[in-house]
Design a protein. Structure first.
Length: 392
Protein backbone atom coordinates (compact mmCIF):
# COMPACT_ATOMS: atom_id res chain seq x y z
CA UNK A 1 0.00 0.00 0.00
CA UNK A 2 1.45 3.44 -0.89
CA UNK A 3 2.39 5.88 1.81
CA UNK A 4 -0.13 8.61 2.50
CA UNK A 5 0.98 12.16 3.10
CA UNK A 6 -1.01 14.42 5.41
CA UNK A 7 -3.60 16.71 3.83
CA UNK A 8 -1.64 19.71 5.06
CA UNK A 9 1.96 19.18 4.04
CA UNK A 10 4.94 19.89 6.22
CA UNK A 11 7.88 21.76 4.79
CA UNK A 12 9.91 18.56 4.98
CA UNK A 13 7.44 16.61 2.83
CA UNK A 14 7.09 19.47 0.36
CA UNK A 15 10.89 19.66 0.16
CA UNK A 16 11.08 15.90 -0.47
CA UNK A 17 8.74 16.17 -3.44
CA UNK A 18 10.37 19.38 -4.69
CA UNK A 19 13.86 17.92 -4.68
CA UNK A 20 13.01 14.55 -6.16
CA UNK A 21 14.69 13.99 -9.52
CA UNK A 22 14.36 11.04 -11.90
CA UNK A 23 14.21 10.35 -15.61
CA UNK A 24 10.42 10.06 -15.38
CA UNK A 25 8.31 11.78 -12.70
CA UNK A 26 4.52 11.75 -13.00
CA UNK A 27 2.38 14.24 -11.11
CA UNK A 28 -1.37 13.65 -11.21
CA UNK A 29 -3.83 16.21 -9.82
CA UNK A 30 -7.58 15.59 -9.66
CA UNK A 31 -10.62 17.15 -8.09
CA UNK A 32 -12.27 14.50 -5.90
CA UNK A 33 -15.38 14.00 -3.80
CA UNK A 34 -16.07 13.29 -0.14
CA UNK A 35 -19.69 12.19 -0.67
CA UNK A 36 -22.56 12.18 -3.13
CA UNK A 37 -23.42 10.39 -6.34
CA UNK A 38 -19.83 10.79 -7.60
CA UNK A 39 -18.61 8.53 -4.77
CA UNK A 40 -21.38 5.97 -5.36
CA UNK A 41 -20.55 5.82 -9.06
CA UNK A 42 -16.77 5.61 -8.47
CA UNK A 43 -16.19 8.82 -10.42
CA UNK A 44 -12.81 9.58 -8.82
CA UNK A 45 -11.47 6.05 -9.20
CA UNK A 46 -12.39 6.04 -12.89
CA UNK A 47 -10.86 9.50 -13.36
CA UNK A 48 -7.58 8.38 -11.80
CA UNK A 49 -7.55 5.19 -13.85
CA UNK A 50 -8.04 7.25 -17.01
CA UNK A 51 -5.08 9.46 -16.03
CA UNK A 52 -2.88 6.41 -15.57
CA UNK A 53 -3.91 5.13 -18.99
CA UNK A 54 -3.17 8.55 -20.48
CA UNK A 55 0.25 8.50 -18.82
CA UNK A 56 0.89 5.04 -20.29
CA UNK A 57 0.05 6.24 -23.79
CA UNK A 58 2.16 9.40 -23.50
CA UNK A 59 5.18 7.50 -22.21
CA UNK A 60 4.85 4.86 -24.95
CA UNK A 61 4.77 7.60 -27.60
CA UNK A 62 8.02 8.95 -26.12
CA UNK A 63 9.65 5.57 -26.69
CA UNK A 64 9.56 4.29 -23.12
CA UNK A 65 9.45 0.48 -22.99
CA UNK A 66 6.18 -1.29 -22.18
CA UNK A 67 7.82 -3.24 -19.34
CA UNK A 68 9.06 -0.06 -17.66
CA UNK A 69 5.66 1.62 -18.01
CA UNK A 70 3.90 -1.41 -16.51
CA UNK A 71 6.23 -1.49 -13.50
CA UNK A 72 6.09 2.28 -13.06
CA UNK A 73 2.28 2.49 -13.01
CA UNK A 74 1.58 -0.75 -11.15
CA UNK A 75 1.19 0.89 -7.69
CA UNK A 76 -1.34 3.31 -9.17
CA UNK A 77 -3.42 0.54 -10.72
CA UNK A 78 -3.26 -1.32 -7.39
CA UNK A 79 -4.74 1.73 -5.68
CA UNK A 80 -7.53 1.76 -8.26
CA UNK A 81 -8.59 -1.65 -6.94
CA UNK A 82 -8.95 -0.40 -3.34
CA UNK A 83 -12.70 0.33 -3.20
CA UNK A 84 -12.56 1.58 0.40
CA UNK A 85 -9.96 4.22 -0.42
CA UNK A 86 -12.14 5.89 -3.04
CA UNK A 87 -14.94 6.43 -0.50
CA UNK A 88 -12.70 8.40 1.91
CA UNK A 89 -11.35 11.26 -0.21
CA UNK A 90 -11.03 15.01 0.28
CA UNK A 91 -11.82 17.80 -2.20
CA UNK A 92 -8.58 17.15 -4.06
CA UNK A 93 -6.26 14.24 -4.83
CA UNK A 94 -2.65 14.13 -6.00
CA UNK A 95 -0.36 11.22 -6.85
CA UNK A 96 3.40 11.30 -7.41
CA UNK A 97 4.92 8.42 -9.34
CA UNK A 98 8.50 7.60 -10.28
CA UNK A 99 10.51 4.40 -10.54
CA UNK A 100 10.26 2.77 -7.11
CA UNK A 101 8.37 5.78 -5.72
CA UNK A 102 4.62 6.25 -5.26
CA UNK A 103 2.89 8.61 -2.86
CA UNK A 104 -0.53 10.17 -2.81
CA UNK A 105 -2.09 13.11 -1.00
CA UNK A 106 -5.68 13.80 -0.06
CA UNK A 107 -5.70 17.53 -0.71
CA UNK A 108 -7.88 19.96 1.26
CA UNK A 109 -8.64 21.97 -1.89
CA UNK A 110 -9.53 20.94 -5.43
CA UNK A 111 -6.64 21.59 -7.85
CA UNK A 112 -6.71 22.18 -11.58
CA UNK A 113 -6.80 18.66 -13.06
CA UNK A 114 -3.46 17.89 -14.67
CA UNK A 115 -1.04 15.14 -15.62
CA UNK A 116 2.52 16.44 -15.77
CA UNK A 117 5.45 14.26 -16.87
CA UNK A 118 8.97 15.62 -16.51
CA UNK A 119 12.21 14.96 -14.60
CA UNK A 120 10.84 16.31 -11.31
CA UNK A 121 7.50 16.43 -9.55
CA UNK A 122 5.10 19.31 -10.19
CA UNK A 123 4.35 20.83 -6.76
CA UNK A 124 2.82 24.26 -7.46
CA UNK A 125 -0.79 23.08 -6.81
CA UNK A 126 0.30 22.09 -3.27
CA UNK A 127 1.09 25.70 -2.38
CA UNK A 128 -2.36 26.60 -0.95
CA UNK A 129 -2.01 23.79 1.58
CA UNK A 130 1.60 24.70 2.33
CA UNK A 131 1.39 28.47 2.51
CA UNK A 132 -1.69 29.04 4.68
CA UNK A 133 -0.44 29.31 8.28
CA UNK A 134 -3.51 31.16 9.54
CA UNK A 135 -5.86 29.43 11.96
CA UNK A 136 -8.54 30.39 14.45
CA UNK A 137 -10.48 28.96 17.37
CA UNK A 138 -14.23 28.58 17.42
CA UNK A 139 -16.01 28.38 20.77
CA UNK A 140 -19.53 27.01 20.59
CA UNK A 141 -21.31 28.27 23.68
CA UNK A 142 -24.69 27.72 25.25
CA UNK A 143 -26.00 27.50 28.77
CA UNK A 144 -26.16 23.74 28.22
CA UNK A 145 -22.58 23.21 27.12
CA UNK A 146 -19.45 24.48 25.41
CA UNK A 147 -17.15 23.03 22.76
CA UNK A 148 -13.86 24.37 21.45
CA UNK A 149 -12.68 23.83 17.87
CA UNK A 150 -9.49 24.73 16.03
CA UNK A 151 -9.84 25.57 12.35
CA UNK A 152 -7.62 26.55 9.45
CA UNK A 153 -8.35 27.38 5.82
CA UNK A 154 -9.25 23.77 5.05
CA UNK A 155 -10.69 21.95 8.04
CA UNK A 156 -11.88 22.14 11.64
CA UNK A 157 -11.22 19.76 14.51
CA UNK A 158 -12.48 19.51 18.07
CA UNK A 159 -9.95 20.54 20.71
CA UNK A 160 -9.85 17.85 23.43
CA UNK A 161 -10.24 20.13 26.43
CA UNK A 162 -12.72 19.17 29.15
CA UNK A 163 -15.11 21.99 29.94
CA UNK A 164 -17.98 22.20 32.44
CA UNK A 165 -21.26 21.68 30.61
CA UNK A 166 -23.62 23.69 32.83
CA UNK A 167 -23.69 25.97 35.84
CA UNK A 168 -24.58 22.91 37.91
CA UNK A 169 -21.40 21.31 36.60
CA UNK A 170 -19.48 24.38 37.75
CA UNK A 171 -20.91 23.97 41.24
CA UNK A 172 -20.04 20.29 41.27
CA UNK A 173 -16.49 20.81 40.05
CA UNK A 174 -15.73 23.80 42.26
CA UNK A 175 -17.65 22.73 45.34
CA UNK A 176 -19.01 26.26 45.65
CA UNK A 177 -22.37 27.98 45.52
CA UNK A 178 -23.46 28.97 42.03
CA UNK A 179 -23.17 32.64 42.91
CA UNK A 180 -19.39 32.50 43.27
CA UNK A 181 -17.79 34.08 40.25
CA UNK A 182 -15.30 36.71 39.16
CA UNK A 183 -15.83 40.32 40.18
CA UNK A 184 -15.03 41.68 36.75
CA UNK A 185 -13.46 40.36 33.59
CA UNK A 186 -11.35 43.20 32.26
CA UNK A 187 -7.92 44.30 33.29
CA UNK A 188 -5.65 41.92 35.19
CA UNK A 189 -6.79 38.33 35.06
CA UNK A 190 -7.98 36.99 38.38
CA UNK A 191 -6.50 33.69 39.62
CA UNK A 192 -7.16 30.78 37.32
CA UNK A 193 -8.88 27.74 38.76
CA UNK A 194 -8.52 24.18 37.64
CA UNK A 195 -11.52 21.90 37.53
CA UNK A 196 -10.50 20.65 40.94
CA UNK A 197 -9.97 24.16 42.24
CA UNK A 198 -12.02 27.20 43.20
CA UNK A 199 -13.68 29.71 40.88
CA UNK A 200 -13.11 33.23 42.10
CA UNK A 201 -15.36 36.26 42.58
CA UNK A 202 -18.08 37.68 44.73
CA UNK A 203 -21.71 36.92 45.14
CA UNK A 204 -24.55 36.05 47.38
CA UNK A 205 -28.20 35.15 47.27
CA UNK A 206 -29.89 33.49 44.30
CA UNK A 207 -28.73 34.93 40.98
CA UNK A 208 -31.05 35.44 38.06
CA UNK A 209 -30.66 33.29 34.94
CA UNK A 210 -28.26 35.80 33.35
CA UNK A 211 -26.03 35.64 36.40
CA UNK A 212 -26.07 31.85 36.30
CA UNK A 213 -24.98 31.95 32.67
CA UNK A 214 -22.24 34.42 33.56
CA UNK A 215 -20.98 32.10 36.29
CA UNK A 216 -20.83 29.28 33.80
CA UNK A 217 -19.15 31.30 31.06
CA UNK A 218 -16.54 32.61 33.49
CA UNK A 219 -15.70 29.06 34.47
CA UNK A 220 -15.38 28.05 30.82
CA UNK A 221 -13.20 31.07 30.11
CA UNK A 222 -10.89 30.29 33.04
CA UNK A 223 -10.28 26.73 31.85
CA UNK A 224 -9.77 27.79 28.23
CA UNK A 225 -7.23 30.36 29.32
CA UNK A 226 -5.37 27.89 31.50
CA UNK A 227 -5.43 24.94 29.10
CA UNK A 228 -5.28 26.50 25.62
CA UNK A 229 -5.34 30.27 25.09
CA UNK A 230 -2.72 31.68 27.47
CA UNK A 231 0.02 31.46 24.82
CA UNK A 232 -2.17 32.05 21.76
CA UNK A 233 -2.74 35.02 19.50
CA UNK A 234 -5.17 33.45 16.98
CA UNK A 235 -8.69 34.89 16.72
CA UNK A 236 -11.44 33.35 18.84
CA UNK A 237 -14.80 33.21 17.07
CA UNK A 238 -17.83 32.91 19.33
CA UNK A 239 -20.83 30.89 18.19
CA UNK A 240 -24.12 30.80 20.05
CA UNK A 241 -27.55 32.25 20.62
CA UNK A 242 -27.45 36.01 20.09
CA UNK A 243 -28.24 37.10 23.64
CA UNK A 244 -25.52 34.84 25.08
CA UNK A 245 -22.70 36.34 22.99
CA UNK A 246 -22.38 39.63 24.93
CA UNK A 247 -22.55 37.71 28.22
CA UNK A 248 -19.59 35.60 27.20
CA UNK A 249 -17.72 38.67 25.93
CA UNK A 250 -18.13 40.23 29.38
CA UNK A 251 -16.69 37.08 30.95
CA UNK A 252 -13.83 36.62 28.51
CA UNK A 253 -10.32 37.88 29.14
CA UNK A 254 -8.81 36.64 25.89
CA UNK A 255 -7.39 39.57 23.93
CA UNK A 256 -8.33 38.49 20.40
CA UNK A 257 -12.05 37.72 20.28
CA UNK A 258 -13.25 38.18 16.67
CA UNK A 259 -15.55 41.24 16.42
CA UNK A 260 -18.27 39.37 14.51
CA UNK A 261 -19.96 36.33 16.03
CA UNK A 262 -21.68 33.30 14.56
CA UNK A 263 -25.19 33.60 15.95
CA UNK A 264 -28.01 31.10 16.17
CA UNK A 265 -28.81 27.88 17.97
CA UNK A 266 -26.00 25.61 16.83
CA UNK A 267 -25.91 22.95 19.54
CA UNK A 268 -27.06 20.22 17.13
CA UNK A 269 -25.43 21.55 13.98
CA UNK A 270 -23.04 19.09 12.34
CA UNK A 271 -19.36 20.05 12.38
CA UNK A 272 -19.06 20.36 8.58
CA UNK A 273 -21.87 22.91 8.30
CA UNK A 274 -20.65 24.74 11.39
CA UNK A 275 -17.19 25.05 9.82
CA UNK A 276 -18.64 26.29 6.52
CA UNK A 277 -20.64 28.96 8.34
CA UNK A 278 -17.61 29.93 10.41
CA UNK A 279 -15.46 30.34 7.30
CA UNK A 280 -17.98 32.80 5.85
CA UNK A 281 -17.40 34.97 8.92
CA UNK A 282 -13.63 34.44 9.06
CA UNK A 283 -12.80 34.77 5.35
CA UNK A 284 -11.55 38.37 5.75
CA UNK A 285 -9.00 37.06 8.25
CA UNK A 286 -7.65 34.53 5.75
CA UNK A 287 -7.60 37.13 2.96
CA UNK A 288 -5.49 39.62 4.92
CA UNK A 289 -2.06 38.29 3.94
CA UNK A 290 -2.90 38.15 0.23
CA UNK A 291 -4.55 41.57 0.28
CA UNK A 292 -1.49 43.09 1.97
CA UNK A 293 0.80 41.51 -0.61
CA UNK A 294 -1.35 42.72 -3.53
CA UNK A 295 -1.48 46.22 -2.05
CA UNK A 296 2.29 46.31 -1.58
CA UNK A 297 2.74 45.14 -5.18
CA UNK A 298 0.42 47.90 -6.40
CA UNK A 299 2.23 50.52 -4.30
CA UNK A 300 5.55 49.52 -5.90
CA UNK A 301 4.32 48.92 -9.44
CA UNK A 302 6.11 52.01 -10.73
CA UNK A 303 9.55 50.97 -9.47
CA UNK A 304 11.98 48.09 -9.87
CA UNK A 305 10.69 46.15 -6.85
CA UNK A 306 7.94 44.56 -8.94
CA UNK A 307 7.98 42.57 -12.16
CA UNK A 308 5.57 40.57 -14.29
CA UNK A 309 8.25 39.42 -16.72
CA UNK A 310 9.10 35.71 -16.31
CA UNK A 311 12.62 36.26 -17.67
CA UNK A 312 13.28 38.56 -14.69
CA UNK A 313 11.34 36.66 -12.04
CA UNK A 314 12.69 33.13 -12.61
CA UNK A 315 16.38 33.97 -11.99
CA UNK A 316 15.41 36.28 -9.11
CA UNK A 317 13.63 33.36 -7.40
CA UNK A 318 16.85 31.33 -7.46
CA UNK A 319 18.88 34.19 -5.99
CA UNK A 320 16.53 34.84 -3.01
CA UNK A 321 15.32 38.15 -4.41
CA UNK A 322 11.58 37.31 -4.48
CA UNK A 323 9.56 38.30 -1.45
CA UNK A 324 6.08 37.59 -2.81
CA UNK A 325 5.39 35.45 -5.88
CA UNK A 326 1.98 35.46 -7.56
CA UNK A 327 1.32 32.51 -9.88
CA UNK A 328 -1.66 31.96 -12.16
CA UNK A 329 -3.28 28.56 -11.64
CA UNK A 330 -2.51 25.96 -14.29
CA UNK A 331 0.22 27.96 -16.02
CA UNK A 332 3.45 26.36 -17.25
CA UNK A 333 6.55 27.89 -18.81
CA UNK A 334 8.96 25.35 -20.29
CA UNK A 335 12.69 25.76 -20.58
CA UNK A 336 15.99 25.45 -18.73
CA UNK A 337 17.74 27.73 -16.25
CA UNK A 338 21.46 27.30 -15.62
CA UNK A 339 21.90 28.78 -12.15
CA UNK A 340 25.72 28.77 -12.24
CA UNK A 341 25.88 30.57 -15.59
CA UNK A 342 22.73 32.64 -14.94
CA UNK A 343 21.48 31.56 -18.36
CA UNK A 344 17.74 31.19 -19.03
CA UNK A 345 16.42 29.40 -22.12
CA UNK A 346 12.72 29.16 -23.00
CA UNK A 347 11.16 26.33 -25.02
CA UNK A 348 8.04 26.86 -27.11
CA UNK A 349 6.82 23.37 -26.12
CA UNK A 350 7.95 20.81 -23.54
CA UNK A 351 10.99 18.81 -24.66
CA UNK A 352 12.94 15.94 -23.14
CA UNK A 353 15.27 18.38 -21.39
CA UNK A 354 12.56 20.91 -20.44
CA UNK A 355 11.72 21.91 -16.90
CA UNK A 356 8.61 23.72 -15.69
CA UNK A 357 10.15 27.09 -14.89
CA UNK A 358 7.02 28.33 -13.09
CA UNK A 359 7.18 25.35 -10.76
CA UNK A 360 10.90 25.89 -10.23
CA UNK A 361 10.30 29.53 -9.29
CA UNK A 362 7.64 28.43 -6.80
CA UNK A 363 9.99 25.90 -5.21
CA UNK A 364 12.87 28.36 -4.99
CA UNK A 365 10.76 31.19 -3.58
CA UNK A 366 9.27 28.94 -0.94
CA UNK A 367 12.67 27.44 -0.04
CA UNK A 368 14.13 30.94 0.35
CA UNK A 369 11.43 32.06 2.77
CA UNK A 370 9.24 33.97 0.34
CA UNK A 371 5.47 33.93 0.09
CA UNK A 372 3.73 32.20 -2.81
CA UNK A 373 0.14 32.89 -3.85
CA UNK A 374 -1.65 30.67 -6.36
CA UNK A 375 -4.40 32.77 -7.97
CA UNK A 376 -7.13 32.65 -10.55
CA UNK A 377 -6.26 34.67 -13.67
CA UNK A 378 -8.65 37.51 -12.84
CA UNK A 379 -7.02 37.99 -9.42
CA UNK A 380 -3.45 38.24 -10.71
CA UNK A 381 -1.85 41.67 -10.18
CA UNK A 382 -0.68 41.68 -13.82
CA UNK A 383 -1.65 40.04 -17.10
CA UNK A 384 1.10 37.44 -16.93
CA UNK A 385 1.57 33.82 -15.79
CA UNK A 386 3.55 35.16 -12.86
CA UNK A 387 4.32 38.38 -11.01
CA UNK A 388 6.68 39.14 -8.18
CA UNK A 389 7.49 41.64 -5.47
CA UNK A 390 11.25 41.77 -4.94
CA UNK A 391 13.22 42.11 -1.72
CA UNK A 392 15.83 44.22 -3.49
Amino acid sequence: MPEELPGILTKELFKELSNYKADCCLSVYLGSHESGVEVNEHYDMINFKNKLQEASERLFQKGVSSDFIKTLLEPGFELVKDDTFWTTLSPGFAAFIAEGYFKYIKMPVAPVEELVIESSFYVTPLIPAMASPEYFYLLLISKKGAKLFKADAFRMQRVPVELPQSVEDVKRLSGLDATTFRSGSSGTRAPVASQEGVYHGTGGGNPENKDNILVYFEAVDDILWQKVLNKENAPLLLAGVEYEIPIYRSACDYHNVWPEALTGNRERQDATTLYQDAMKVMQPYFDQRLERALQTYANNSANKLTSSIPADIIPAAYYSQVSDLFVCKGEHIWGVFDEMANKLTFHDAPRADSEDLVDNAVEQTFANGGNVFLLEKEKMPANSPMAALMRF
